[in-house]
Design a protein around this ligand. Structure first.
Ligand code: GUN
Length: 289
């Protein structure tokens, strides 16, 4: 049995970041503008701390300004909204990202709706959600955008292909489905209440797994030759007490069946950050055209 081709998110994202770095230098030289990304973290969730550190590090490597705002877990909603309003008005800030999840006493939707849509580099504001759904030009959420770039790179045109998106979150599942519709795929959104999930997945040429359940999708659910994008990043504890990251797809099985698959780690994760930088660059370039 031939093994699936590995879709290398590290290599792909490194190329993308090189292109972004070149464009950052260009708009700095032409327009005297340095794209700036503000990342806001509320609380001390260790996984979120790692993501935020990586986002800032990568932004700086691309020549962007990065502004980190780390607030205690008991920060009031009022205080957070005031901070965002300040960032909305700050001409050095072109992109604003508030790391999710937020503590339970803060209304995340209200926070998202306070971010100026043209600075909303996550693409979560209802204006951007509506733009994606109606075929307009807005900010596209980073994980779906990175996933689509890898699909296009591997498959070329996606027209007419059957795609199943497993998971219906606002961050990944729903925007991913909208992007695939825009690419003229025939799209199914499956979720925890789907009756026969293996059958839905077996029908698909493209599988995007975004459920957050470690290794839930088995190799024999996958159509031979299908392209598998594994968005899951799940930390699991091994019998020896150590831990490792696994996706939503049982990789060792799926790699025997799929035509191509993204590994975890080293697949979608690095593309998400590269797309965040791409959106920040787009925001800065739009403002200073
Ligand atoms: N938490 C998990 N993924 C994301 C993301 O893409 N953006 C934000 N803001 N928070 C997240």
């Amino acid at each position: 049995m031939t093994q699936a081709k590995l879709i290398d998110g590290n290599a792909f994202s490194a190329n993308l970041r090189d292109e972004i770095t070149a464009r950052v230098h260009e708009i700095r030289d032409l327009h005297h503008v340095t794209p700036g990304l503000a990342v806001v973290l509320v609380g001390e969730d260790p996984a979120s701390q790692v993501y935020v550190r990586n986002k800032n590090k990568r932004a700086a490597e691309c020549g962007m300004k990065s502004f980190e705002h780390v607030l205690p877990a008991d920060t009031s909603e009022h205080h957070l909204l005031n901070l965002i309003e300040g960032l909305n008005d700050d001409p050095d800030v072109h992109g604003i990202l508030v790391q999710l999840p937020l503590p339970r006493h803060i209304n995340a939707q209200k926070v998202i709706e306070t971010i100026r849509p043209d600075k909303d580099v996550d693409g979560f504001h209802p204006w951007n959600v509506g733009m994606l759904a109606s075929g307009g030009i807005g900010m596209i959420p980073c994980t779906p955008l990175g996933s689509l770039m890898m699909l296009r790179d591997h498959l070329g045109l996606l027209t007419g292909l059957k795609a199943v998106v497993v998971g219906r979150s606002n961050i990944v599942g729903k925007p991913m489905a909208n992007l695939l519709i825009r690419e003229s795929c025939t799209v199914t959104i499956a979720h925890s209440q789907t009756k026969d999930l293996p059958a839905e997945i077996r029908a698909a040429d493209i599988v995007v797994a975004a459920v957050g359940k470690p290794e839930m999708i088995r190799g024999d659910w996958i159509k031979p030759g299908a392209t598998v994008i594994d968005v899951g990043i799940n930390r699991v504890t091994l019998p020896d007490g150590k831990s490792k990251l696994v996706g939503d797809v049982k990789f060792a099985e799926a790699v025997q069946v799929a035509g191509a698959i993204t590994p975890v780690p080293g697949g979608v994760g690095p593309m998400t950050i590269a797309c965040l930088l791409r959106n920040t660059l787009t925001a800065a370039a739009r403002l200073h055209r």
